[in-house]
Design a protein around this ligand. Structure first.
Ligand code: HAM
Length: 425
């Protein structure tokens, strides 16, 4: 029996990789302009890191983590998100002592054991952004603005920005009481998970996917109506900064993010084009996490974008650059094959895309392959040409060709292809 990949864990084949590279390069360019530095963190971490940061009673920690003991019996987890690891790394390497390091981004795979469907996978990729140690609503606005600028640069259509405030411990505590009394009054109608959440973490009920719970939740009190004065002012200030940047948004008091660490402003970028998996990205402030994980008491905010969802939304027509000039060397006969082989390597070392056929096939077959590779030029090395001390360079875009001498062939090719590079741009 053949071995296939694990359900919900997909290959990204070469014909799709161009879009991934495009997304990554746009992210690197824009994030760098916004002052972010790349950090690379491990895929595997100690389980307690995620349990303590994401929250014991979240779906992610309760049901979705890939957790296993290693050979020494230590409990490890394939990271379900990147924030906890970036915070851990920041603490571990005492980066708070280096004021030049406040803004980080990281790109890579995450793992959640969810039911796979379009836009939802068990291995998926995130572009993740975090800002530490800056407690100003301007930074919340800037991070949100960055998310939108990035999506706009990729021409992702019809994005709406949803905003909510998760308050602070001062306003969450009284709110929790009012929510719990409401839930007590409807407890008989709650699903068994929510029955349990009612006492452990009632806010998580807003996250329940069971239809009857969703209907009850629609009538539940919301935190937005219970914010303390400071949180109201802070949220207003974030909105003012967004207004000044020309960002429009929808206030969504029912939006709770699937992770427990948030406080104050949270947000999601929502698309109407992906069915149930409508969040392309989301994030928010999480001022208490650094301290919870044993680090200094520093504020933080950030977001993550789901790359698979982004790629699904990328315009089919999005042109993925194949590089400028591309050459195929078609060889006819043993001597031509031998010389062509050396020439191909030489040109590659001069930074050109060059490919050849290794199977001594007919010119027609080789031209077909050249066509499939979308090359801009084909160099034909035939027996007759060799006898004349020449080769034929065919421009596939203009369908013209010229004979060039074998003497100084490499330089001749490079000068012609570089010249038509300039013509192309
Ligand atoms: P999250 O909302 O859990 O946030 O994930 C962010 C994005 O990852 C989602 O909006 C979605 O696009 C994508 N995503 C999540 N799960 C899946 C899945 N199973 N398949 C495909 N895509 C998925 C976080 O992870 C936070 N760490 C974000 C953050 C950073 N908050 C502050 N800093």
């Amino acid at each position: 029996m053949t071995i296939t990949a694990i359900k919900g864990i997909n290959d990204i084949l070469p014909n799709a990789v161009g879009k991934w590279q495009l997304v990554e390069s746009v992210a690197r360019r824009i994030f760098t302009n916004f002052g972010f530095q790349e950090i690379r963190i491990p895929i595997l971490e100690k389980t307690e890191l995620f349990a303590r940061s994401i929250g014991e009673s979240t779906d992610i920690v309760e049901k979705e983590m890939y957790t296993f003991p290693d050979r020494n019996g230590q409990l490890l987890t394939l990271r379900p998100e990147a924030t906890a690891s970036v915070v851990r790394a920041f603490i571990q390497h005492r980066l708070h002592l280096q004021p030049s390091m406040r803004k980080f981004y990281t790109i890579g795979p995450m793992f959640r054991h969810e039911r796979p469907q379009k836009g939802r996978y068990r291995q998926f990729h995130q572009i993740n952004v975090e800002v530490f140690a800056i407690d100003d609503p301007m930074v919340d606005a800037e991070v949100i603005y960055l998310l939108l600028v990035f999506l706009e640069e990729l021409n992702i259509p019809d994005i709406t920005l949803h905003l909510n405030s998760m308050g602070c411990p001062d306003c969450r505590q009284p709110f929790r009481q009012s929510l719990t009394s409401y839930l007590d009054s409807v407890s008989a109608k709650l699903c068994s998970d929510c029955q349990r959440r009612r006492s452990t973490n009632p806010l998580r009920i807003f996250d329940c996917k069971v239809e009857s719970c969703r209907q009850l939740v629609a009538k539940a009190p919301v935190l937005m109506d219970h914010l303390c004065d400071d949180c109201v002012d802070n949220f207003q200030s974030v909105k003012d900064h967004l207004d000044s940047l020309g960002v429009s948004y929808t206030i969504d008091p029912h939006m709770v993010r699937g992770l427990d660490y948030y406080n104050r402003t949270t947000f999601e970028a929502i698309t109407p084009h992906l069915g149930a998996q409508n969040a392309v990205g989301g994030g928010g402030r999480y001022d208490g996490l650094m301290k919870t994980l044993g680090g200094p008491d520093l504020p933080a905010t950030g977001f993550a974008i789901g790359m698979e969802r982004l790629i699904l939304l990328l315009d089919e027509q999005t042109d993925v650059e194949t590089g400028p000039n591309r050459l195929f060397v078609a060889c006819l006969g043993e001597e031509a094959q031998r010389r062509g082989f050396g020439l191909v390597q030489e040109l590659r070392l001069r930074d050109l895309f060059v490919e050849m056929d290794y199977e001594s096939r007919s010119l027609k077959a080789q031209m077909r392959r050249a066509d499939k590779l979308s090359v801009t030029h084909v160099l034909i090395l035939g027996e007759d040409e060799l006898a004349r001390g020449a080769a034929t360079l065919r421009n596939m875009e203009t369908s013209t060709q010229e004979e060039i001498p074998l003497e100084g062939l490499t330089e001749q090719i490079l000068s012609r292809l570089k010249l038509s590079d300039q013509e192309l741009t």
